[in-house]
Design a protein around this ligand. Structure first.
Ligand code: NDP
Length: 285
């Protein structure tokens, strides 16, 4: 039986990071990335640590601002204002989720759009939706990179995006539209999901439902990008990570597929650093 090609996001991210490291070494000033973490959410602590490690490994400057869980919104906004005004900081990322009591929309709106390396500011979301250059959310940007690397031109292909969040699904759909795909966005209220996905030359799954996409949801030869990261129990009592796609079953039908872990995940941090470099260049004119 034919087996799909595995799209190696880890290798693609490593190659990108190596290229950026060389580029940063030649710059007169190190680009700076500031990460703001409020509270002690365990998963967020791990993400922030990884981001800082990769930022430094790439030769950039890492600024970490850790604030206690009871930090008020006004105090957080004051930190963001200071980072906006700091000329040595090119990118600002506020780790989500924020503790209850802080309005994430108000916080994201306070970040200078020119330093919004997560691409979540409404100005950057609007630029993406209207086809103007801006900073694009890292995860969908990483997915687009892998798709271009795998398929070359995406023009005319049928793409289905499962999930409509503002951080993955919607920006992913805009990026695919920008590359001339015919795009369908599906969500929890969509009817006949398998019927929709079986028409997809490109299927991006970003729903957060372990192994929801089975072999019978996939068009033979399709390219599958699995964004989902789900922790599930193992028979021995431990846990393991799985995506939104039943990987082994999909391998028999798809043309190419990203694994979980080792697919989209590593690309997200690579794109964060790429956005920091983009912001640095744009700010220097
Ligand atoms: P959200 O929970 O914000 O959005 C999930 C989307 O999936 C919603 O649009 C929801 O529909 C849809 N959905 C949920 N259940 C179903 C269903 N049964 N059928 C159809 N659609 C469904 O999640 P995110 O977009 O933030 O993340 C999605 C996944 O990607 C998660 O597993 C997350 O961990 C992972 N992720 C991975 C990243 C990486 O770096 N690899 C980065 C970011 C996220 P509706 O809108 O109708 O509720």
């Amino acid at each position: 039986m034919a087996r799909a090609r595995i799209i190696d996001g880890k290798a693609a991210a490593a190659a990108l990071l190596a290229g950026m490291t060389a580029e940063v070494a030649a710059l007169a000033r190190k680009p700076g990335l500031a990460v703001v973490l409020v509270g002690d959410d365990a998963a967020s602590q791990v993400y922030v640590r990884n981001k800082a490690r990769q930022t430094l490994a790439c030769g950039m400057r890492s600024v970490e601002i850790r604030l206690p869980a009871d930090t008020g919104q006004a105090e957080l906004l004051a930190h963001i204002a200071a980072l906006n005004a700091d000329d040595t900081v090119d990118g600002i990322l506020v780790q989500l989720p924020l503790p209850s009591g802080i309005d994430p929309h108000a916080v994201l709106a306070a970040i200078d759009p020119a330093k919004d390396v997560d691409g979540f500011h409404v100005v950057n979301a609007g630029r993406l939706a209207t086809g103007q250059p801006g900073l694009v959310p890292c995860t969908p940007l990483g997915c687009l990179y892998l798709l271009r690397q795998t398929l070359g031109s995406l023009a005319g292909l049928r793409a289905v995006v499962l999930g409509r969040s503002s951080i993955v699904g919607k920006p992913m759909a805009h990026l695919l539209l920008g590359d001339d795909c015919t795009v369908t966005i599906a969500h929890s209220r969509s009817r006949d999901l398998p019927g929709l996905t079986r028409e997809a030359d490109i299927l991006v799954a970003a729903v957060g439902r372990p192994e929801m996409v089975g072999a019978d949801w996939i068009k033979p030869g399709a390219t599958i990008i699995d964004v989902g990261i789900n922790r599930v129990s193992r028979a021995d009592g431990g846990t393991r990570l799985v995506g939104d796609v039943a990987f082994d079953a999909a391998m028999a039908v798809a043309g190419a597929i990203t694994p979980v872990p080792g697919g989209v995940g590593p690309m997200t941090i690579a794109m964060l650093l790429s956005n920091t470099l983009t912001a640095y260049r744009a700010r220097r004119g």
